[in-house]
Design a protein around this ligand. Sequence first.
Ligand code: HEC
Length: 143
Amino acid sequence: MMRALLMAGMILTPMAAMADGLNGFVTRDRLPEPPLPVLVQGALVWEGTCQNCHGGNKLTGAPKVTSEKDWAPRIAKGINTLNTHAIDGFIGPKYTQMPAKGGNPDLSDDDVRAAVAFMVWVSGGQDAALAWAQETQTNSETE
Ligand code: HEC
């Protein structure tokens, strides 16, 4: 009986953790190393500019990376819409605000797009992020 309860606990805990994301504030070193150069670039940009809010700063209302609960409805908008919102800025239905380029005008549009793809990649949107990254890579090779 005790063992059955323990096992049920072991199975339930990681599932809950997946939906809500990692406990506590999420910094770059707690996240996996991405498989593609554009996502590695995104991780660097994320750490420099986006992590302050998107690591789990509840006061800002920013969706926390790794939280599929926070990200699934956003990923459903499509990565191109997320890119536009991240570059131009966006105010959500609860009047919480994503500042244009995370408030860092030194970032290029491509930097911001890479950071968005990285965030999506670590937050349950692997397929969408990888498809975007591969398309971007192909485009830059043919340019
Ligand atoms: C000052 C805090 C802050 C910083 C810094 C910040 N964000 Fe945000 N971001 C937010 C908030 C708040 C929201 C949620 C807005 C809403 O939907 O109400 C958000 C939402 C988003 C969304 C989802 C947009 C959508 O359509 O649902 C993306 C993508 C995003 N941010 C990307 C980034 C990227 C990339 C960076 C770094 C370059 C960044 N953010 C930096 C506060 C921030």
